[in-house]
Design a binder for this molecule. Structure first.
Ligand code: SF4
Ligand code: SF4
Length: 478
């Protein structure tokens, strides 16, 4: 039975409630007045219940769809401004004891050169990432307590924070590791991570069990209740997401919203981020063999509805989507994107070797990316689209985590801080890595952003910090 406060995944993601919400959504969507009421309510930026969101997922009328997209854009800009945060994934190990049907790292994929980075190889990867301008990483590892124990992951996090090449620095390490015990979550928290990220893949239990046939990940409850354990162990910022394409997109979107509501109700803090990966082909599998692939139109709608329903959350898009479609999704709610990603262990050093004509190691890729642009190309495209690319990592370093962050995000008061930090980190990027084209594009956006700042104290302080950054000071922030 549905119980938002329960500790049992089968109750806070109650299958009957998801199905009832789907039916409710269909019934409400046939009445234009009810949809108009829902959209009116959403204009207060307070979010929507999973049942109201279910109704928006049923909308097919073109004009109403345009209204939804435009509202999603408005909400994102109200909460976070025009900044788009950039990050890169860093794959540490492709050993995995699970056999997820959709992943290149599945243990069913025979590959004699499974890899785990040595600390020297890790340094090589971090040096490349820092020289690309990255400040924020998402660590990715397969689940394998023997070949990739937690001690190793923590050693890597410590090493990453300590490595500084020229003006480069990784300032925030988000971690995506398998569901684990409270003791392990406490240790990860102590390693000073940013966000703990764990994707649900699908909330539909029979489909979950089918696609995770073996290994610890087969345990649906252990996996679905992981964020609760993480938060009870002191990790305040958690992220989650669905792998769209495994099951019906409406079912999984409603269930994801129920998960967000559960965390808010039981822990007082909703998801820091929601990711929306869409299923892509990988080693050993072709996406065409999955029956629930999501069309671009449906995907755009679900992104917009998530933004409207959970206005305060960061919404993350990866290089699974093509450049053009990424641009479309930015306009309906995405607030963070990965750039220049390699999805294999040692992938950044391998790509560098390949481009200099050396032999490349053929490691496994977790999936096939659809956006192969470098960070610099992504940044130029964002600037041309009127966005402010941001390498900001300020909040968790300034103690703005958990409910302190949520209070700022829910009231829209984070936007001024995001804007100032975006401008400062963009200035750093231009100074350290910018070519002529980027300098021209970037400086013009910096000037117009400073001009548009409504908080005059922040404006004055930003001008001051920009001038210090131009003289060589780094890591100035609000
Ligand atoms: Fe392993 Fe994660 Fe891939 Fe599953 S999705 S096979 S757990 S790396
Ligand atoms: Fe993210 Fe906080 Fe920086 Fe805004 S100020 S971009 S919310 S870290």
């Amino acid at each position: 039975m549905y119980d938002i406060l329960s500790n049992d995944a089968n109750c806070f993601i109650d299958n009957e409630e998801v199905l009832a919400s789907l039916s409710y959504g269909k019934a409400v969507a046939s009445d234009p007045t009810s949809i108009a009421d829902i959209l009116e309510k959403a204009k207060t930026y307070k979010g929507l219940s999973h049942r109201s969101a279910a109704a928006l997922l049923e909308v097919t009328d073109k004009n109403t769809l345009e209204e939804i997209f435009s509202l999603a854009k408005q909400i994102k800009e109200q909460i976070y401004g025009r900044r788009i945060v950039l990050f890169a994934p860093l794959y540490l190990s492709d050993y995995c004891i699970n056999s997820c049907t959709y992943c290149g790292y599945s243990k069913n994929n025979y590959n004699p050169i499974r890899r785990r980075l040595t600390i020297d190889q890790l340094k090589e990867e971090v040096e490349i990432l820092e020289k690309l301008g990255h400040k924020r990483l998402a660590l990715e590892v397969g689940e394998d307590p023997i070949n990739c124990p937690l001690d190793y992951v923590i050693d890597c996090i410590n090493a990453i924070y300590s490595l500084k090449f020229d003006n480069g620095a990784i300032r925030r390490v988000n971690v995506n590791i398998a569901a684990t015990t409270k003791e392990s979550y406490t240790r990860i928290k102590e390693a000073n991570i940013g966000t703990y990220i764990l994707f649900q893949e699908t909330y539909h239990k029979p489909t979950y069990l089918l696609n995770h046939p073996k290994g610890p990940k087969h345990n649906y409850e252990w996996h679905t209740e992981a964020h609760d354990r993480a938060m009870e162990s002191g990790i305040e910022d958690v992220g989650f997401g669905v792998l769209y394409g495994l099951f019906d997109w409406k079912y999984d979107t409603i269930a994801l919203l129920m998960h967000a509501e559960h965390l808010e109700a039981s822990k007082g803090i909703g998801p820091h981020t929601i990711s929306v990966p869409r299923l892509r082909s990988a080693e050993g599998m072709r996406q065409e063999n999955f029956p629930h692939l999501v069309s671009d139109d449906h995907f755009k709608l679900l992104v917009a509805v998530l933004r409207i329903a959970v206005p305060y959350t960061g919404m993350i898009l990866t290089t699974r989507e093509s450049p053009d479609f990424r641009n479309e999704l930015l306009a309906v709610g995405i607030s963070q994107v990965s750039a220049g990603s390699c999805t294999g262990v040692g992938g950044y050093a391998d790509s560098k070797k390949q481009s200099s004509g050396q032999k490349r190691l053929t490691s496994l890729s977790q999936f096939e990316p659809a956006d192969h642009r470098s960070p610099s190309e992504v940044i130029k495209s964002l600037l041309s689209g009127g966005y402010v690319p941001s390498f900001c990592t300020a909040c968790y370093r300034e103690g703005r985590t958990g409910d302190r962050f949520m209070d700022l995000a829910k009231t829209g008061n984070i936007a001024d801080i995001c804007q100032a930090n975006a401008v400062l980190t963009l200035k750093e990027y231009i100074e350290d890595f910018g070519d002529t084209e980027l300098r021209e594009l970037g400086e013009s956006i910096i000037q117009s952003e400073i001009y548009s700042m409504s908080n005059k104290n922040i404006q004055k302080e930003t001008i001051n910090k920009i001038s210090q950054t131009a003289k060589g000071t780094r890591d100035l922030r609000f």
